[in-house]
Design a protein around this ligand. Sequence first.
Ligand code: SF4
Ligand code: SF4
Length: 321
Amino acid sequence: MAGEKLQIALYWGAACGGCDVAVLDTNEFILDVHAAADIRLWPIAVDGKYSDLEAMEDGELDLAIFDGAVRNSENEHIAKLLRQKSKVLVAFGSCAHLGGIPGLANLMPRDEIMSVAYLQNPSIEKGNVTLPRPESGMNGATLTIPEFYKRVYKLDDIVPVDYYVPGCPPAADQVKAVLLAVVTGQLPAPGSVVGAAETALCDECPRTKNEKKLTSFHRPWQIMADPEVCLLEQGVLCAGVATRGGCGARCPSSGIPCRGCYGPLPGVVDQGAKLLSAVVSVIDSNDPDEIDHILDGLPDFTGFAYRFSTPASLLQRSVRP
Ligand code: SF4
Ligand code: SF4
């Protein structure tokens, strides 16, 4: 039970596990965490039970780190429990911060997702008509599984959040910064986005910008990009101009366009709209047909521009009649 050590919990909602691996990527620093803190719940690594969490006093945890989005009733239940039991709750990684990759599912209706996964999937037994239900009866017993919600939520749609750590996944030094801030009591202002810059990723990108306009776009594999020059100005869609810096421009530095995982810039409500505005401003044409043709070089722009932020966008989800 709670003693001198810090009491912390880590939880994954709708997530791939990369954020949990990012915590382990702090290498031997994790041993300092172990020395300074009792890890009371961490489903990927520690055998804490939900019942242990439910039995805690309110505020008993000094820190809860929640990665992943909220996709189902289990995620929501644990998000509310962690809020209740924690002094500080951190939305850790793109999915908790903005909805992340799982949030792209908001572009499809729930029934279509279930149908593709459980009825049409080639690996499903032919003729299967069984869809998962929150409650089923079997041999006189009732079996329950979490309810799959109609849409994906970011964490602060469900509970108030104290701090946000962006990234897919966050860099290891951000993990250290959060843990050190809690250990030393040097917490920033509530609501802060921790471990990120206040300016655009382009400001920290080493590639040169020449204000060049474009007459075509390319997929990254379609051209041999100049390693010194801005990818967007070479016609490769890069989200750096609409993305908060802080990662050290790790993707464009490696020849890969930024996909936007650090989220929108401060004061920007809709990251995808900001990127669309930037893209349109570099197109070198005033002819509507030619512009349409140029934009044909950007397949699935919505999926790219809102890859990490669909639930946090102005529209949040697509609704089909
Ligand atoms: S658009 Fe991309 S490649 Fe160009 S400067 Fe910005 S981050 Fe770098
Ligand atoms: S360059 Fe963009 S996609 Fe890559 S880690 Fe940084 S913010 Fe994320």
